[in-house]
Write a protein that binds this ligand. Sequence first.
Ligand SMILES: O=C(CO)[C@@H](O)[C@H](O)COP(=O)(O)O
Ligand SMILES: [Fe+2]
Length: 226
Amino acid sequence: MNKAKIAPSLLAADFGNLQRDVEMVNQSEADWHHIDVMDGLFVPNISYGMPVIKSIAKHATKPLDVHLMIVDPDRYIKTFADLGATILTVHYEACTHLHRTIQAIKDAGMKAGVALNPHTNVNLLKNVIKDIDLVLIMSVNPGFGGQSFIENSYEKITDAKELIKMNDSKALVEVDGGVTAKNAKALIKAGADVLVAGSFIFKSEAPLNTIKDLKTATDKWSIFEL
Ligand SMILES: O=C(CO)[C@@H](O)[C@H](O)COP(=O)(O)O
Ligand SMILES: [Fe+2]
């Protein structure tokens, strides 16, 4: 059975009601809390800093899937381990010594993920694919929620799956940006194991039902089309 995980991106939450939105995810059928950390340097936007992230962590009951869009992420590995992050994902483009960074994340007790910008070739991960737990395919240019899905991401997901298989790696493939119920099935069919969705969930009228719909869409595919 091919069941995809759903990771709502809190970037699209109502920051005035952040606790309410974190608790909505707790009660939903979602699997992880996706936390986007942006520094205004690696990406043009700044999301939220440690006090807000600490508050999210305090109320969250599901694994914390932290997506770092910051330069020199090594500086914050211990901070996120102390915070209780389950998965810490760094950008390939932001790491000079990616192998060392991956080892440091694992040594700190977290799962290690590597994210790729839309222009970055999946095969650049060949020499670390066995060491990592997650490949994050960015299906928009990182920095903002609410952007349109980039169509060649399907091919990148398939490439990532192939690289994982060829190298006997256990890494999951996560896709992030412009995910909706419309493209969810096709993304899973292409090889995605985890779907991140921000605007589609939090800007909907009934986020709890939207998460349920996403989960159902992905399950149905596995039952009827595998
Ligand atoms: O990492 C990012 C953006 O850089 C994402 O996690 C977005 O927050 C996804 O938002 P939507 O495209 O689903 O609105
Ligand atoms: Fe993200």
